[in-house]
Structures are given as structure tokens and as C-alpha cells.
Design a protein around this ligand. Structure first.
Ligand SMILES: [Fe+2]
Length: 333
């Protein structure tokens, strides 16, 4: 493992503050949101759909601690962009949004250095205030939205309303123990890790925070290389992985093949009480990887450890680590 102390260049103006929210493009937004509420302790936060004037897409927004997930589906037949995404990837993370200060400056800086701007900075507003948004292309079909909230007082974003329905069953469930998004992992194809890391360094002025190579991170059969990039304040961490040779196909290669290219592999959510978070009957009702359950029984966590619960997408992770990994939340095979 290699840690880095050089934070590199700092933006003259503006900054990346934290993860704002993650948007999943899914086949059935209502059911996906309900799953995260009943299994993971999230609560409905906001909604947009036909009833609120959104004619093309429906979104159910859920929240726990500072974690916000948006589940979005197409409303009409023939939505080529969302349909193609679903055919290619299945349900998956489409966008990783950052809360930012000075959206205009950050976008201009990224543009100067070659980033593709999918949506120019634009203001959306309602009676609760104004928010400036911009969207940039990153690895695979994944995007980053910059969110400059500037005192916005609404539930989530302009255009979103209070949930129309709150499942009474949720009141019977214990409250969740998850606090904030610790990191969001992007899996890349072979030899794509360094170019993507350089994309973050060049365009967003992120820096290398931590890295491991295949000699340091391998099981008996599967190996990977990983470089974690972070914003200057190190409040946003994005591990970027690529496959490495092992006795069997790397878990990263397997992910890339099943997902149809680069994409978000897992989301780590911080909790101050990992034992309660995954223990019955108070904790999460989800499948925890058997390996992690064994580790949990064997391991007395040091007090200084800041535990994270890792939410897997598409792949059974076999990393040997103190954090607890759920089994796949999204199966396409
Ligand atoms: Fe992780």
C-alpha cells in the first residue's frame, strides 16, 4: 500500500465539498427505492413524476444520514438513452453528484483541460430557492453532476416534491445506522486505471490519496490494482480499479464484462456502529458476504477504525478487509 502526502494543485476558486447524491437508472424506480428503504433503513425524501409535472422520467429519492440515492426510470416507451443504458448495463449508477462551491469556475477549469461537458452550468429554481447544476462525462457511461446549492431550502432539488406515499410498514422498522458515503469505486478495463486517474487529476484537480498494486491486493485467485483519488480536502474519495492477473479471472474483469464496460462497482457507507448495523434484529436486512461474516466473528475491531458498510453492485467481492461487504445488491447474472 502506498499513501501520498502531495495534494497537488488547488483550485484558485471554488471546491468540491462532498458527495451530494448518487443517481441509479433502474427498470422500476418505485420498487428499487422501496427495497433500499426496507432492507437498508433509508426513508423516502422526495419524488418527481407525472403527478408533479415530470412527463419523461419518474424519480424516487431516499435518504439516510447524509446519504441520498435517486432512483430514476423512464416513463415513456422509446426512451432510447435510458433504454439503451438498461439493456447494456442493467440497473446501475448513472451519476455521482458532488456538492460544489463555484460551479462555473470548476466547470471552466475542467473544460480548459479537456473534460467533456454534457450539460453546461444552468440554474434550476422553485419557491425554495436556486441551485446551479452542470454535468460532466467520466468513465464508461457514468457522469458527474456538480451541485451548487447556495442556501437552497427545499427537500432535495427544484422540481422534486414531497413523497406522495409513505409506506406505513417503514415505521415498524428500526432506524438505519448509516451516516455518509465514504467512497464510490469505479471499475475500469485492463490498462484503463491510470488514464482515468489522470482524468481526475487533470480535470478536477483531485490527487492520488492511496494505491495498491496486484502484489499487495490479491486473494489466491483474483487480483486487482487500485488508485484512490480524492479532492483537495479529501472529503470525496474515488477508488479506481483495474484487473490484474491471478490464477483465475480478476473480479474487476468479471465486473467489466457483466456490466458492459467501466462503471461504479460498489458504494461504501460509513457507520459509527457496524455491529448493530448488520446484526439481527435491529440491523440491515440484507445478505452479508459469508467471508465478511467470518471476519466479523474473528475480528475485534480497533477503536480507531472507522467502519464502512460496502454496498456491492454486480459482483461478489472477495477483498480481505475489515469493512463489511454485502452481497450483490444488483444481479444481472
Ligand atoms: Fe470499498
Amino acid at each position: 500500500m502506498t499513501s501520498y502526502t502531495d495534494k497537488g494543485e488547488k483550485h484558485e476558486q471554488g471546491k468540491f465539498v462532498c458527495f451530494d447524491h448518487l443517481t441509479f437508472w433502474v427498470g422500476n424506480a418505485k420498487q428499487a427505492a422501496s427495497y433500499y428503504c426496507t432492507k437498508l433503513g433509508f426513508e423516502p425524501l422526495a419524488y418527481r413524476g407525472l403527478e408533479t409535472g415530470s412527463r419523461d422520467v419518474v424519480s424516487h429519492v431516499v435518504k439516510q444520514g447524509k446519504i441520498i440515492y435517486v432512483f430514476t426510470s423512464a416513463l415513456n416507451p422509446g426512451n432510447k438513452e435510458m433504454g439503451d443504458h438498461l439493456v447494456k448495463h442493467g440497473d446501475g449508477v448513472k451519476d455521482v453528484a458532488f456538492t460544489v462551491e463555484n460551479c462555473d469556475f470548476l466547470v471552466e477549469k475542467a473544460r480548459e483541460r479537456g473534460a467533456i461537458i454534457i450539460k453546461e452550468p444552468h440554474v434550476v429554481e422553485d419557491k425554495f430557492g436556486r441551485v446551479k447544476l452542470a454535468v460532466l462525462q467520466t468513465y464508461g457511461d457514468t457522469t458527474h453532476t456538480f451541485v451548487e446549492r447556495a442556501g437552497y431550502n427545499g427537500l432535495f432539488l427544484p422540481g422534486f416534491h414531497a413523497p406522495l406515499f409513505c409506506d406505513p410498514f417503514l415505521a415498524k422498522l428500526p432506524s438505519g445506522k448509516l451516516d455518509f458515503i465514504d467512497h464510490v469505486v469505479g471499475n475500469q478495463s485492463d490498462n484503463e486505471m491510470v488514464p482515468i486517474v489522470e482524468w481526475y487529476q487533470r480535470n478536477l484537480l483531485f490527487h492520488r490519496f492511496w494505491s495498491v498494486d496486484d502484489k499487495q491486493l490479491q486473494t489466491e485467485y483474483s487480483a486487482l490494482r487500485s488508485i484512490v483519488v480524492a479532492n483537495y480536502e479529501e472529503t470525496v474519495k474515488m477508488p479506481i480499479n483495474e484487473p490484474a492477473m491471478g490464477k483465475r479471472k480478476s473480479q474487476i474483469q468479471e465486473y467489466v464484462e457483466y456490466y458492459g464496460g467501466a462503471g461504479v462497482q460498489h458504494i461504501a457507507m460509513n457507520t459509527s456502529d457496524i455491529i448493530t448495523a448488520v446484526s439481527k434484529p435491529q440491523g440491515l436486512v440484507l445478505e452479508i458476504s459469508n467471508l465478511c461474516l467470518r471476519l466479523l466473528k474473528q475480528t475485534r475491531m480497533p477503536e480507531e477504525t472507522s467502519p464502512s458498510l460496502h454496498l456491492m453492485a454486480h459482483h461478489r467481492n472477495s477483498e480481505l478487509a475489515l469493512p463489511i461487504y454485502s452481497k450483490c445488491m444488483v444481479h444481472i447474472f
